[in-house]
Ligand binder design. Sequence first.
Ligand code: GRF
Length: 193
Amino acid sequence: MVLLTGSNKIKTAVFISGKGSNLKSLIKFSKKNNSPISIDLIICDNLNAKGLNFGNTFKIKKKVFNFKNKAKAENKILFELKSKNINLICLAGFMKILSKNFIKKFKGKILNIHPSLLPKYKGLNTHQRVLENNEKYSGCTVHYVSYKLDSGEIILQKKVKIKRKETPKSLAKKILVQEHKLYPKAILKVFRL
Ligand code: GRF
């Protein structure tokens, strides 16, 4: 992973597709003195994503790309990242799967947050599958992004207990609260802080 040198913060891009509550928590974290990162760019694949509003609120440049042609979108994103000297990517509810070619260019510098205790429940509809299997616990995981979906090296996890009357919605809400704490902690760990 990139090493933190001097007092310069690592220029970071956050990729989102929806609400962006993790983006918000990362922006707040980035403004703290002990944060090794600054958020300099928001990348999104969805023009209607609510999370884009945080770009306005916090005056962070945001760019939306149409992934109909993925290769083209990724090339444009790579250009944007390079021109802003981005050295870390945080995926935060980004619903597109990045290509091997893209990941290779940022190898070891892309993090993701997933709402399950990986390696269990990779992919979509996590909470529903967890409840269908009568799990006692679920949680969230921050991990490095590798070529295989939700399979890169785990950085940190947080476990939550499942209540008897839990629904996918209530579980998602409970886990999201933990996600907002876990992502910053995982970033501190990555930079050995
Ligand atoms: C989070 O639960 C994240 O783990 C998952 O998608 C959700 C995004 O939420 N990948 P938000 O957009 O950060 O509010």
